[in-house]
Structure formats: C-alpha cells, structure tokens
Design a protein around this ligand. Structure first.
Ligand code: RB5
Length: 150
C-alpha cells in the first residue's frame, strides 16, 4: 500500500501518479488534500508520513509545488527517509543507498512524464544493505539523540 499526499499545488501531480498506480494495479491510500483550496503541506505530509512510519503503508509519495516543503515536513516524523527528486538517478540511488521510504516531487518542477519515470524507477529500486545499513542505523541514532554521544 502506497500512502499519497499533497497540498493544493501538488494536487495535479498527485492525480497523475494516482492514475499511473491505477494502471499498474498498485494499491494506494490518499491522505489528502482533495481540493485545490489553499492549505498547508505540513498536514498532508504528516498524515502520509505517519502511515508509512507506523507500517500501515509500505512507502509514500507526496507532492507540493517544489517537493521541498512537503519533504521537509515528512522527514520530521521518526523513521521517515523522504527524498525530494526531480530526476530518476537520485530516485534510484535513494532506494539503493538510503532505503528512502518516501518520495516527494514538485508539480511546478517536474512534468508528468518525467514524474512517472521517477516514480517507476523509485518503486523498482531495491535497498542494497551492506555498508549502507550502518548509515541507516546512524540516522536512527540521530533521531533519538544518541549519535556521537559516547
Ligand atoms: C505553495 O504555494 C508552495 O509553497 C508549496 O506547495 C511548496 O512548494 C512548498 O515547499
């Protein structure tokens, strides 16, 4: 299950991604927003991020105007590794090296076809583990205020 979220600016791109997931037969849950009324990206980043962090959803894809605000907000939730991407290389590497569990994109930055390519590559990417796993542990230590304390 993929958690989706957006603010008003990201809504059109979220709709494109929803249609793509429908075509691919991938289930998703949309945590809003559902209209183009102006709203705060924090609310929808938070709801989607909590769904991923709790295990209710396996991954999340979120959109705002730039992908920046919504990714910053999602990354405030413990356990979230959200990447704002506007090209496929970083999207793939974020899965292979960083085990990213959320992808953020900006509807004012990437066009629909590029966004779909980024989503496809991100969904297919697999975490490589190994030396990268230790760095994820370090990230967790930062989250809990234990990093480099001893
Ligand atoms: C909304 O106008 C815009 O600021 C928001 O979608 C996002 O781009 C913020 O980072």
């Amino acid at each position: 299950m993929i958690a989706l979220g957006s603010d008003h600016a990201g809504l059109p791109l979220k709709r494109v991604i929803q249609a793509m997931l429908d075509d691919m037969g991938i289930p998703y849950k949309d945590y809003g927003t559902y209209t183009t009324d102006r709203c705060d990206y924090t609310e929808f980043a938070y709801k989607a991020a909590v769904a991923v962090a709790s295990g209710e959803c396996e991954k999340g894809i979120i959109c705002c105007g730039t992908g920046i605000g919504i990714s910053i907000a999602a990354n405030k939730v413990k356990g979230i590794r959200c990447v704002a991407c506007s090209e496929p290389y970083s999207a793939l590497l974020s899965r292979q090296h960083n085990d990213s569990n959320m992808l953020a994109m900006g509807s004012r930055v990437v066009g629909s076809e590029l966004a779909k390519m980024i989503v496809r590559i991100w969904l297919e990417g697999e975490f490589e583990g190994g030396r990268h796993a230790r760095r994820l542990e370090n990230l967790k230590e930062i989250e809990y205020g234990r990093y480099l304390k001893e």
